[in-house]
Design a protein around this ligand. Sequence first.
Ligand SMILES: NC(=O)c1ccc[n+]([C@@H]2O[C@H](COP(=O)([O-])OP(=O)(O)OC[C@H]3O[C@@H](n4cnc5c(N)ncnc54)[C@H](O)[C@@H]3O)[C@@H](O)[C@H]2O)c1
Length: 349
Amino acid sequence: MMAPPPSPLAFIPFVSVENMMRLVHHFGIEAVLRELTDAIEADYLRWSRFEKAPRLASHSQEGVIELMPTSDGDAYAFKYVNGHPSNTAKGLQTVAAFGLLARVDTGYPLLLTEMTLLTALRTAATSAMVARRLAAADARVMAMIGNGAQAEFQAIAMKAIVGIEEVRLYDIDPAATRKAARNLEGSGIKVVACETSQDAIEGAQIITTCTADKAYATILSDNMVGSGIHINAIGGDCPGKTELHRDILDRATTFVEFEPQTRIEGEIQQMDASYPVTEFWKVLSGEVEGRTDPRQITLFDSVGFAIEDFSALRYLLGKLEGTEFFQQLDIIADPDDPRDLFGMLQRAA
Ligand SMILES: NC(=O)c1ccc[n+]([C@@H]2O[C@H](COP(=O)([O-])OP(=O)(O)OC[C@H]3O[C@@H](n4cnc5c(N)ncnc54)[C@H](O)[C@@H]3O)[C@@H](O)[C@H]2O)c1
């Protein structure tokens, strides 16, 4: 006997990688980044509504696999994401992800989606959201150290949201710099490929570090960071994986996403527990001032937090309305009698 077709309740929208790419091209990457930045900011302004906990990390010698859940009481989201710096040598990506949004009142899912691209977009949007408050208002030049998968997303978000006009690229692997420079042709950003990190930071008001190494690396040393700089440090995001020399932290005013998680994973894991940090939502809400002095070094010690993924998932669900950028997947078994799950299986034999 043929199994009966699934009921309408069985289906939820699924966004494949292909559809995510079509959606981004349809709306335009800069528009998507701008709207995503506003969506994340709106959720940061509702900070107290969210359930918050450091993400659940499963560490191995090669990398980490993480689950990132949160809820605002109406919707629940989680992302599955990995971080494997040695992957690129095997032809695999360092970071890959997918995620799910669900209703809290019934527990039924609302959306399942690829999140490798969405993570790159939301990470860039979060960096830009923070930089537009903390970087010098006249910041036009950014240095980008680490020119891998995240790099172009970061550059385009900084252009669209902060007004960056020039990006100075550096990577230990010149092939990565060539790739990023090629991809940014036609973006409207002046791109300068540099041979040293020292050269890359020349004249930059924003320094983004987005390298991947499973080590306490020193991508930036203290003497490289002049006054007034905003550092957007996104690559140090795991125990034992940092990018900045601790002397920079001694001079900087440091902003974080969710302090308990960043203490474990961020640059500040190098500092003792009394090292002062400000959760960035407090700057948005006006509780704490952001940049208070043009000579101040501001540091966004970014590790990536679940609320940013929640915002991205809800934003995406809203964008799907009236489009064809999704498929319906029958994910939820939906027996006619909700208690007759076995009968449903039996009748399908
Ligand atoms: N904070 C967040 O929310 C967030 C989100 C996504 C990824 N990340 C992190 O950002 C980092 C970059 O991610 P990706 O997907 O672009 O990785 P990737 O592997 O694609 O690129 C990393 C690049 O860094 C370069 N690199 C390594 N060591 C370097 C050094 N000492 N100096 C200069 N360049 C160096 C590599 O050659 C490579 O091109 C990873 O560590 C990842 O875990 C953070």
